[in-house]
Design a protein around this ligand. Structure first.
Ligand code: OSB
Ligand code: MG
Length: 384
């Protein structure tokens, strides 16, 4: 099973017919984070997410848009995604189409891949639930335990960072990612490395550096990092290639990769040795599988990033990671490090050995906690 599906990833799922759609709801939720999450470009104290609920034949699929309310990580926002989904994507939806045909129609809409992923995710969840199979099976992969990594935001002090890393190491996470920015990098990471000599450690700069910083960034080479994620601007694939020749730490691209074409370009230019594939950013699970398949073909290891998703998006990311191209631990951490209360059950829990389980049941396998959903809803509207 895995063989054929890994060679032409996503084909079986994409060939499913969308089927009858009865109604569609758009909803914005706002869930407080347990603690604010800081990157080089933003601090988020709450998770605000746009959700899409698609109902057909008595089944319901949910999609979560990974865009933030602000354009500080990527150009799309919850508001722009809502506009694109309502005005341009949903009008293309017809029940006789296959998902692949719908995705071809979506190509007329430039970019806006977070918006596209929201619709695609909801439809794949709906189709899997209608067929009574788990999402990973629809995608063509078998169940397996998923190794979990953690992304730790920028902390105010070195001490509180060391404490957070200690907690993550004791919890059993397979690797620890530290957010860095100009002026808060080498010394902080060196302190973590000194305290935890053996932990698999990496950093993520979210594009804060320029090529002029290459000599500075080369100081990370002594710290035995598994990779540096997105050191340079998201719009600049070429300079990542130059940077990679100047530093030993493997470069991983995140926000520079919007599509399969971007991945091909980055790989051809030797601009990265690793790829962070966020399905919610590249247009959905099917595009993510194509990218991962291409990367695997070129010997580039892949992992699934995260966008601090609610349990809906997190479940999508978990199912995706059953694809064997995802050889490195992702950023899918357990629910309780983000939220006191999530809008789905069951929560993601870090199990024995730092692995997370795939939710049982059809589709994503998670169920909406309607009471929590109402509690966190800012607005909701039936749009079709
Ligand atoms: O760059 O990977 C990133 C969160 C929000 C925006 C961008 C990023 C992140 C993370 C956290 O690193 C990943 C997660 O825990 O979901
Ligand atoms: Mg990143």
């Amino acid at each position: 099973m895995t063989e054929a599906s890994e060679r032409s990833p996503g084909t079986a799922a994409a060939e499913r017919t969308i089927g009858k759609i009865d109604r569609i709801e758009e909803r914005t939720v706002r869930i407080p984070f347990i603690s604010p999450f800081s990157t080089s470009t933003a601090t988020w104290a709450v998770k605000q997410a746009l959700l899409l609920r698609i109902e057909g034949d008595g089944f319901t699929g949910w999609g979560e848009c990974v865009a933030d309310p602000d354009p500080f990580y990527a150009p799309e926002t919850t508001t722009s995604a809502s506009h694109i989904i309502r005005q341009f994507l949903l009008p293309l939806l017809e029940s006789e189409l296959t998902i692949a045909e719908l995705l071809v129609r979506f190509e007329r809409v430039r970019g806006n891949r977070m918006a596209k992923a929201t619709v695609e995710n909801a439809l794949l969840d709906l189709v899997a639930r209608r067929e009574g199979i788990p999402l990973h099976e629809l995608l063509g992969f078998r169940r397996k335990p998923i190794p979990s990594g953690i992304s730790i935001g920028i902390h105010d002090s070195a001490d509180s960072l060391l404490e957070a890393v200690g907690e993550a190491v004791r919890a059993g996470y397979h690797r620890v990612k530290l957010k860095i920015r100009r002026g808060c990098d080498i010394e902080r990471v060196a302190a973590v490395r000194a305290r935890f000599p053996r932990v698999a450690l990496m950093v993520d700069a979210n594009g804060d550096y320029s090529l002029d910083d290459a000599v500075h960034l080369a100081r990370l080479d002594a710290l035995g990092l598994t990779m540096i994620e997105q050191p340079l601007s998201d719009t600049d694939i070429r300079n990542h290639s130059t940077l990679q020749q100047m530093i030993e730490t493997p470069v991983c691209l995140d926000e520079s990769i919007h599509s399969l074409e971007d991945a091909r370009t980055a790989i051809a230019l030797n601009a990265c040795k690793v790829l962070n594939v966020k399905q919610g950013r590249v247009g959905g699970l099917i595009e993510a599988m194509r990218i991962a398949g291409c990367a695997a073909h070129h010997g580039i290891p892949v992992w699934s990033g995260g966008m601090d998703e609610t349990g809906i998006g997190r479940a999508m990311n978990i199912h995706l990671q059953t694809m064997s191209a995802f050889t490195l631990p992702g950023d899918t951490s357990e629910t309780r490090r983000y939220f006191e209360r999530d809008i789905v059950t069951p929560p993601v829990v870090l199990g024995e050995g730092g692995f997370i389980a795939i939710p049982e049941g059809a589709g994503t396998g998670v169920e909406i906690d309607l009471e929590a959903l109402e509690e966190f809803t800012l607005r909701s509207e039936w749009i079709r």
